[in-house]
Design a protein around this ligand. Structure first.
Ligand code: HEC
Length: 204
């Protein structure tokens, strides 16, 4: 039994497990129907966010440089998340293990659980790109919702803005200080968990 299953088993009352892409999925009571297609489409939304943002960031870094790319990130990240939320009847955002955008990036309770689980799985050698989490839970109003998270690991191209503070070039550090006075999201190294794409969707 892997950590993920243990985690699920310890938390779910009516245990009903089935397997999609080799991962165990648990349904809480009251029984919800969560089919593979729903998980698959949610995975697709996470992929869209990472893909679109990655492209924007890459383009901005190469044409305008890192200082201007901070503004692109500041505008583009929430805008793309917002657009994907509206298009998919979902709540889509990114959260961090340490956070730069204090309005959007702070994980709530289940997202913290997902991040803790991700740290463990990364340290056990799972590939970051394979690591995801989902659960069905009550949304607080008697209806079920799908909660999905996808790990985001630090890559070399992230370091200019999320690496050790002393390595961040002065004009960039200054820009970050102005835009994000409470920035916690520096000091990372390649391969570490940076955060997760998190998605909540109502279930029928
Ligand atoms: C040009 C600088 C820059 C680069 C390069 C960069 N980021 Fe960021 N990152 C930011 C900014 C600015 C924010 C805050 C965006 C916002 O306001 O929503 C941010 C926020 C985030 C967040 C959301 C959580 C939080 O702390 O607010 C994650 C996750 C993240 N970045 C991951 C990455 C990863 C992974 C890479 C590399 C693939 C990367 N970043 C590269 C500037 C950068």
């Amino acid at each position: 039994m892997n950590v993920f299953q243990k985690f699920i088993d310890s938390r779910i009352l009516g245990v009903l497990l089935f397997t999609v892409s080799g991962l165990a999925v648990a349904q809480s009571t009251p029984p919800a129907t969560i089919d593979a297609a729903m998980v698959q489409s949610t995975r697709g939304i996470a992929g869209e966010l990472l893909g679109q943002l990655g492209q924007k960031l890459k383009a901005a870094m190469s044409t305008e440089g890192p200082v201007a790319a901070v503004s692109v990130c500041k505008e583009a990240a929430p805008a793309i998340a917002h657009q994907l939320s509206n298009a998919n009847d979902a709540k889509v955002t990114r959260v961090g293990t340490r956070v730069r955008n204090q309005k959007m990036g702070i994980p709530n309770a289940w997202q913290k659980e997902a991040l803790t689980q991700f740290e463990t799985r990364l340290s056990q050698g799972e590939k970051a790109t394979d690591i995801e989490y989902w659960q069905v839970a009550d949304n607080g109003h008697g209806k079920n919702e799908l909660r999905y998270a996808k790990a985001i690991a630090v890559q070399p191209q992230c370091l200019s803005c999320h690496g050790p503070a002393q390595d961040i070039a002065a004009p960039l550090a200054e820009k970050l200080r102005i835009e994000y006075p409470n920035d916690q999201a520096t000091g990372y190294s390649v391969g570490q968990l940076r955060g997760a794409v998190v998605i909540t969707r109502p279930l029928p």
